[in-house]
Ligand binder design. Sequence first.
Ligand code: FMN
Length: 357
Amino acid sequence: MSAPEPSKTEQRKAEHVNIILKENVSAEYDFWNDVHLLHNALPEVDYDEIDTSTNLFGRKLAAPLVISSMTGGFGGGREINANLAKAAAEVGVAMGVGSQRAALEKPELAATYAVVKDYDVPLRFANLGAPQLVPQGSKREYGADDAQRALAMVDAHVLICHLNFLQEIVQPEGDHNARGCLDAIRKLATRFRVVAKETGAGISHDVALRLKRAGVVGIDVGGMGGTSFSAVEYYRAKKDAYALKERLGATFWNWGIPTPASLQLASVGLPLIATGGVRNGLHVAKAIVLGASAAGMAKPMLEAAQESADAVVQELRAVIEELKAGMFLLGCRNLKELSEKTAIVQRPTSDWLEAAK
Ligand SMILES: Cc1cc2nc3c(=O)[nH]c(=O)nc-3n(C[C@H](O)[C@H](O)[C@H](O)COP(=O)(O)O)c2cc1C
């Protein structure tokens, strides 16, 4: 008997992973280069006593790192999630799975996400998209029961509700109704611990305030500067000869608020996760100085997970060593001391902070 045809959602998930691994889908400018930290020539710290551990949403982590929400919902997603989860458990960092819509639609795909439960990941995030919480044409909207199923599927501690309207508007089959999302997030937040997460276009001060009032427990700023989903959808549209969407993808390739600027703008008294273009431990140190509680990495972890769980462990350990080296050169023994340092922020990132005040 031949295997059943993959659904459109499964095909899309596989295409995202393939495009991100093969094509250049990064924003053009590295905004972390605008952020500088003041070297301390007399650090008076023993490198071996530097402690990178932290507590995020009540869970103890060995380092302020999150393997960002990426995948599940297609055949290849299971092995990627297994490799990521095995490494997250071994190193002691947090991990999210990708949007679980695919498994809510087709329960036989649940195992591609649920595999993370086989590993002792200290902080696990479930994932649902905000656009799916409101009516989209004839599609059914998701509510508290679906959120409960998503959380149980991966035995998650926190539910991430992702905001991805840039992707939706460029994507040929995207959901275009954004009305009612905040209300839907507010409803979920009365029952579950919800983190709102952008996926590459950042969070402004006003949006951060609205999310805080809606009751979220944290914000992943998901800023511009790393993987651009406009770029990803550009390649999908190009392959399908969908000229208008290809054009939209190119036009909005660099759309959004840069991650370092978004960290400062979204500072509203909630824990912040800095995702978007984080590529090494020095970026993580800069993020903590700018107000993040942790930093998230997606693409570098996907690349390693394609190889093996060991490759993910190696990448995570290298990032932690870089973070520790940065803390050493700043004279910081722990993350609290790091968070009290000041950053020198140059243009164009400083212009963002000035203009968006
Ligand atoms: C293959 C892939 C799939 C993704 N799918 C999701 C998703 O389902 N939900 C979500 O919140 N973010 C998703 N993201 C976005 C990432 O979590 C992250 O915000 C973004 O890639 C920026 O991080 P980076 O520059 O380190 O890649 C995905 C990223 C990748 C690379």
